[in-house]
Write a protein that binds this ligand. Structure first.
Ligand code: PEP
Ligand code: MN
Length: 336
């Protein structure tokens, strides 16, 4: 960290800043220029520089290292591969996670499973506990939904991913689910993250709708600091001033996170756009931008879906998208 003192800051102010930094555990390397004194502070960590910026005589504080350590690229320059049975997320293959927003009925989950499995999808998605904006909306089938997801996925040799809402659900989820999804609304539910950190199960961590990339990586750090290094980050769109789309899918977050972190990054153009016709172009863009996988909502009868029908692809649209992705992936040295 570099602390730039105001022009001609008097010695007593500099001393007070140095004392404060030493108290925080930093070693100080001082350099005095013609006008500014610059303090190089090394050897300790603070997450928030505002307290220092407000010290009398300080002009600017510049962080030169990142506040997340285990999640940073430097910790594992070669990149993390999350391996579940024969599926590797973060390797050469672009991994597909697809299925309905919500498990609604046996018929719905079975027809959707057949459709996505026929396209080579490795991981079936489906929510059983739904974080709905309105308490009057369908809240999910609960454990029964997880069981249906597992049975349908097993029939086609697929893995499963589903959203966990709270720590008390962990024993139930680990019976049915291969990847525990932390939804966007729970990205900073630190108690949940700490409990998931103790597990030996991959976590799909969705970026919060108003979270910066750094905040997202700090949430990943919670999981890793607690012992769970099998973390996959998901860009699912952020809140902006735009209203045409449900969220703004931040495609640039993919290469940014891939540079800052060694963790695999997938994209969710379904929640990222909220509109079925916009899902294929953004899915194509995400693969071109280097995503390690995609999370796509597919429904066999989206007009009757209980949740997110408008952003769910019909099976035939999903089939067409997969054919396009199979062409795009090799152009960016990946395979589908
Ligand atoms: C979901 O994947 O079904 C979901 C609710 O997504 P998000 O948490 O990104 O809104
Ligand atoms: Mn959904």
């Amino acid at each position: 960290m570099i602390v730039v003192m105001e022009e001609n800051a008097p010695e007593d102010k500099i001393t007070r800043v140095v004392d404060r930094l030493v108290t925080l555990g930093f070693d100080i390397h001082r350099s005095t220029g013609a006008r500014h004194t610059i303090l190089g502070a090394v050897g300790a960590q603070i997450a928030d520089t505002r307290d220092l910026e407000l010290l009398d005589g300080v002009q600017e504080v510049v962080r030169v290292s990142v506040p997340y350590k285990l999640a940073s690229r430097a910790f594992k320059p070669e990149g993390t591969q999350v391996r579940i049975k024969d599926v590797v997320i973060g390797g050469e293959q672009v991994v597909m996670m697809a299925g309905p927003c919500t498990i609604e009925s046996r018929e719905q989950v079975e027809t959707t499973a057949a459709a996505v499995a026929s396209q080579g999808v490795q991981i079936m998605r489906g929510g059983a506990f739904k974080p709905r904006t309105s308490p009057y909306s369908f809240q999910g089938l609960g454990e029964q939904g997880l069981r249906m997801l597992r049975e349908a996925a097993d029939r086609y040799g697929m893995l499963t991913v589903s959203e966990i809402m709270e720590s008390s659900q962990i024993p139930m989820f680990i019976r049915y689910v291969d990847i525990l999804q932390v939804g966007a609304r729970n990205m900073q539910n630190f108690n949940l993250l700490k409990d998931l950190a103790k597990l030996n199960k991959p976590v799909l961590l969705k970026r919060g709708p108003a979270a910066t990339i750094e905040e997202t990586l700090l949430s990943a750090e919670y999981l890793m600091a607690g012992g769970n290094h099998e973390v996959i980050i998901c860009e699912r769109g952020i809140k902006t001033f735009e209203t045409y789309t449900r969220n703004t899918l931040d495609i640039s977050a993919i290469p940014v996170i891939k540079k800052l972190s060694h963790l695999p990054v997938i994209a969710d153009p379904s929640h990222g756009t909220g509109r079925r016709d916009k899902v294929p172009p953004m899915a194509r863009a995400a693969v071109a931008a280097g995503a390690d996988g995609l999370l796509i909502e597919v429904h066999s009868d989206p007009d009757r879906a209980l949740c997110d029908g408008a952003q769910s692809l019909l099976p035939e649209q999903f089939t067409k998208l997969m054919a396009q992705l199979r062409q795009i992936a090799p152009a960016v040295e990946r395979r589908m």
